[in-house]
Ligand binder design. Sequence first.
Ligand code: GLN
Length: 481
Amino acid sequence: MIRELHEKLKKGEVTAVALTEEYLRVIEEKDGELGAYLTVLGDDARRAAALVDEKIARGEEIDLLEGIPGAIKDNMCMTGTRTTAASKILDNYIAPYDASVIRKLKESGAVILGKTNMDEFAMGSSTESSAYRQTKNPIDPTRVPGGSSGGSAVAVAAGEAVFALGSDTGGSIRQPASFCGVVGLKPTYGRVSRSGLLAMASSLDQIGPFARTVEDAAIVFSRISGYDPKDVTTAESDGKRFEDCLTGDIRGLKIGLPKEYFSESLDPRVRAIAQEAIRRFESLGAETVEISLPHARYALPTYYIIMPSEVSSNLARFDGIRYGLHIDDRVERIPGSGTLLETYLDSRAYGFGEEVKRRIMLGTYALSAGYYDAYYKKAQAVRELIRKDFADAWKSVDVIFSPTAPEPAFKFGAKTDDPLKMYLSDIYTVMANLAGVPAISFPMGTVEEEGKPLPVGGQLMGKWFDEETILRAADAYERRA
Ligand code: GLN
């Protein structure tokens, strides 16, 4: 899709401004109902597009992403723009700087249409924990889009953006991509800078793209990745253009099928689609072998110790003084605060939602004296075993395949009363974050429910820093469709 739009822009068949106007029109038409966006940046987008048109008019070369309209999850800072992480506590926060990914997108000439809805501080699997609005699944508006990057997934799926950025701490790019029928890539930990991303769990968070095709995801990924002096965990990259590595050839590729992921609890309809996908990979010349990730069953409990621990520490900064609600501006809504401690308490009690509070409490508990060794330290030890499961797997296979999520999109309210049920939505995705490996979700098939074809995504996990192979395999699969 991006390549075609790029050709049209180059040939003058469409201007960047006209393309932007077209996407703004779709947003205008659909977003009242779908709720993908929290902020639409029409004027900024038009200005950015006009610069691209001027460049084309001067006869200059343009990059693939120049003039292409995209959307950004509302947990990434953008100068002069409201950045809320879908939390009341940041209701009036205007970012004073660009996240590194935003800077890179701007340098690539991409047009940013707006900021998208999400679960509050990226905690959730349905976008229902947003303090602002509901985001509906465009395939069936009675269902959730997945989460936490639900707005970004919907923007792309509904044609309200060509691409979008999301963040993935335990599955928040891949699971909504699966629910909405689009491609989502969680890069290797350290591949994309987290500078300017409002941190959820810093050792797990990664930013990545949503797109309609694997190639489009590769194009965006190539332009946001690489070393950044503002994020010490980023690695040097050789400036590879991943879109040039999509040969369609996966002959001889060894695909591991973890037996723990294909257990009894898997929805039989999802299993059938996954089995068909396995046959398609084989028909393309890949070899599939059953493998074991012996610690897979500990992944979710490990994640739900490490993640809330980091959450409790990262979110301590929202105290109503430096960041967060300014009580003084809100006297009608928050009872007048007296002491400094009361200011903190009022600000946090009013500003944070239920799920965020739950995780802050869980994390504070896991890190507290007396429990630290039993919970946090133990979880870190198990995390190491999980990393080792992958290191062992890579001795015999090149990639690992599974469904992205155990089921297709569920109905609003289906899991909001039972946090554990909601957490199970991430059962296949959290392992990649714990181990730091890259993983992609791509459309694999649909399940018919109430007359609606609900998308089901397939997940390919790869070796550390080997996004190339999972992108190539997902692209080969897509081409054969
Ligand atoms: N759904 C998971 C959670 O609630 C993952 C969130 C994420 O990746 N940001 O923690």
